[in-house]
Design a protein around this ligand. Structure first.
Ligand code: URP
Ligand code: ZN
Ligand code: ZN
Length: 460
């Protein structure tokens, strides 16, 4: 099958070019003006933007967490992602403490193979590090195409590793070309604040927020940067929310460190005032929690200054019935919120149209840097000859309103109900196949492929 996209405004992280894209099979063959190709299908993209398919580098599909599972699986989650212009996701395999990484990999392969519609890769979350696991880490890098390893400085007893394990893991990754990533919050301090609030009968969702003050994230981010500095390991902080944590990274740059930073669309758009409404606030119970408006300003500035490299979602949806597990105790509300479908449109509407970012920066944040940092570039994250033809054709003028009634995620509420967005994903190609057209998904479960990734490089 060949496709010719004509007269579009083609945007990559480095340039904007008015012209055509010619695709044969799964890949882009040529970009240029008035390309002389006959194609099976011609898409007229006049007045439309043509972006590389989005890469959401932080999602949780069928995640076993807090006594339940996140409600989107690989079929519903990658399908919703495609509707929103995200053609690839990176999910987190979670090691069960006391068990091997390979067993965890098998479990995640059972969740994904034959079920994903969009492309995917995995970060490997190391929750129990020891000498045997160290060997498995090397295997993952050398043989499995899994080169990034997630750690948690919180969720003690389930996911957290201690600083000794963290440094040892960093040493292995430094030696073998892996990347360490981190949920950087001070778990002990948070656990103690949770216990304090519960003992005082402070049980509403607001106390989820008050149990994770900014300083818990700033402290852990600084500590993580120090450990990176000592080991020389490449590192990446996931879902950064606040000014204090960003300043920890800014400080690290003063001793010539480069630390990669991700934020998520919700931290740029929403703030902690949402917790001030009884149990409704459970919709936004996530970790770290939403912060203040001054933190949104800091994150946008961090993006402009090149300190924040990527925007994900930390998509981790739960049905309202699941959220109600914490009706009488905020600490039992499953953490996470649904957003996989909206990130590309939100970043355009809130980021580009509100003057925070250029179109090139938009592509950098939503796909190119994810591909570069996590070893998928230039197969993913750009539109160039030889790249996978993962392409979004985007109407920059179309207005629409977010609602649970129209979204495609498997969750019965929207954290953005009634939010007005300008700009809409119109057509999505995944590896040269029409994924989304006329508000319909044309691909089936099993189409999505595992994308093996290369070793970490620090060269961009
Ligand atoms: O609230 C969140 N973020 N849930 C998913 C797990 C994590 O910490 O990323
Ligand atoms: Zn996290
Ligand atoms: Zn997460």
């Amino acid at each position: 099958m060949s496709i010719l996209i004509t007269h579009g405004k083609i945007v990559t992280a480095s340039e904007i070019f008015e012209g055509d894209v010619y695709i044969e099979g799964e890949q882009v063959v040529a970009i240029g003006k008035n390309l002389p190709y006959q194609a099976d299908w011609v898409i007229n993209a006049t007045d439309k933007l043509v972006f590389p398919g989005g890469i959401d580098l932080h999602v949780h599909l069928s995640l076993p967490f807090m006594g339940t599972f996140s409600s989107d699986d690989y079929t519903t989650g990658t399908r919703a992602a495609l509707f929103g212009g995200t053609t690839s996701v990176i999910d987190f395999i979670i090691q069960t403490q006391g068990d091997t990484l390979h067993n965890a990999l098998k479990t995640w392969q059972e969740k994904s193979i034959g079920k994903a519609i969009g492309d995917y890769s995995y970060h490997m979350a190391v929750t129990d590090f020891n000498a045997e696991v160290a060997k498995e880490v090397v295997d993952f890098i050398e043989k499995e195409g899994i080169t990034s390893f997630k750690t948690f400085m919180a969720y003690k007893g389930a996911l957290m590793i201690d600083d000794g394990q963290m440094v040892q893991l960093m040493q292995v990754l430094k030696e073998h070309g892996g990347m360490i990533t981190v949920h950087a919050t001070n778990g002990d301090m948070i656990d103690s604040l949770i216990a304090q609030h519960r003992s005082e009968g402070k049980l509403s969702p607001l106390y989820h927020y008050l149990s994770q003050p900014e300083v818990t994230e700033a402290e852990a981010s600084a500590r993580f940067c120090d450990m990176l500095y000592y080991t020389g390991c490449p590192g990446y902080i996931v879902h950064m929310t606040c000014e204090g944590a960003l300043n920890a990274v800014r400080k690290a740059t003063q001793r010539n460190q480069k630390v990669y930073v991700e934020t998520c669309s919700q931290y740029l758009m929403l703030d902690a005032s949402l917790y001030e409404q009884n149990f409704e606030g459970a919709k936004w119970v996530m970790s770290p929690p939403l912060r203040q408006k001054k933190d949104q300003a800091a994150l946008w500035a961090g993006i402009q200054q090149g300190l924040v490299h990527a925007v994900g979602t930390d998509h981790c949806p739960f049905m309202w019935e699941q959220k109600k597990m914490g009706l009488n105790d905020f600490s039992k509300i499953p953490n996470g919120h649904p957003a996989i479908e909206h990130r590309m449109e939100f970043m355009f509407s809130e980021g580009v149209l509100k003057g925070h970012i250029s179109l090139e920066k938009y592509v950098e944040l939503t796909s190119a840097n994810a591909a570069k940092i996590f070893g998928m570039y230039p197969r993913k994250g750009t539109i160039a000859p030889g790249s996978d033809a993962d392409i979004v054709i985007f109407d920059p003028h179309k207005k629409h309103t977010i609602s649970a009634a129209s979204h495609h995620m498997n969750v019965d509420y929207s954290a953005y109900e009634g939010w007005e967005v300008t700009g809409k994903v119109e057509t999505v190609l995944l590896r040269g196949n029409v994924a989304i057209e006329n508000n319909d998904c044309h691909l089936e479960a099993g189409f999505g492929k595992f994308i093996p990734r290369n070793k970490a490089t620090m060269h961009f």
